[in-house]
Design a protein around this ligand. Structure first.
Ligand code: C5P
Ligand code: MG
Length: 170
């Protein structure tokens, strides 16, 4: 939601790792079944696949991107360093901080219309588990990086409340 607003307000190009994976899964690609099994389990797809999809989009034109949902674990971060070091630079990372219960509520509400196979209570719990185990630890890397600004933004309140904080952070 916030990435879409950033795209409109600042002319950034929004790329969603999750969306690219869902599209790839549905496209009849050879990796389709493998991707679906990771999505259902709330697990992080091997970086070769996710970053391959992101890089394919980024090669289409030069722009300032807002990349949504990446990196999600150490494998994503290592892959970025290996495959992207001479291709793109990172200015900032936005981390939207929200209590687990509210996150789950939002996923379930979205599930009423999203048609996503992972917006249900069982998959949501798995995704939260993966987040705590694999995503939170890599925030330390950005916290201590001298050239990358880590912005922690409270995700509490309305879309507009969060948007006001996001604009200020940018
Ligand atoms: O970000 P989003 O909620 O759209 O991600 C949905 C799913 O896509 C994740 O739970 C995970 O299975 C997969 N994903 C991934 N690697 C990423 C981003 C998303 O494997 N970097
Ligand atoms: Mg997403």
């Amino acid at each position: 939601t916030q990435c879409k607003l950033l795209e409109e307000e600042f002319g950034l190009v929004h790329l969603s790792a999750g969306e690219l994976l869902r599209n790839e899964r549905s496209s009849g690609s050879a990796d389709g079944e493998l991707i679906e099994s990771y999505l259902c389990e709330g697990k992080i797809v091997p970086v070769k696949i996710s970053l391959g999809l992101l890089k394919r989009e980024m090669k289409k034109h030069s722009a300032t991107y807002i990349i949504d949902g990446f990196p999600r674990n150490q494998d994503n971060l290592d892959g970025w360093h290996q495959l992207m070091h001479s291709f793109a630079t990172v200015d900032a990372v936005l981390y939207f901080d929200i209590p687990t219960e509210i996150m789950i509520d939002r996923m379930l509400t979205r599930g009423e219309t999203s048609g996503r196979s992972d917006d249900n209570i069982a998959a949501a719990k798995k995704r939260i588990h993966t987040f705590k185990e694999s995503t939170l630890p890599i925030l330390d890397y950005f916290q201590s990086h001298p050239d990358i600004k880590l912005c922690t933004i409270s995700g509490l309140g309305s879309i507009e409340d969060v948007w006001n904080r996001t604009k200020t952070a940018i």
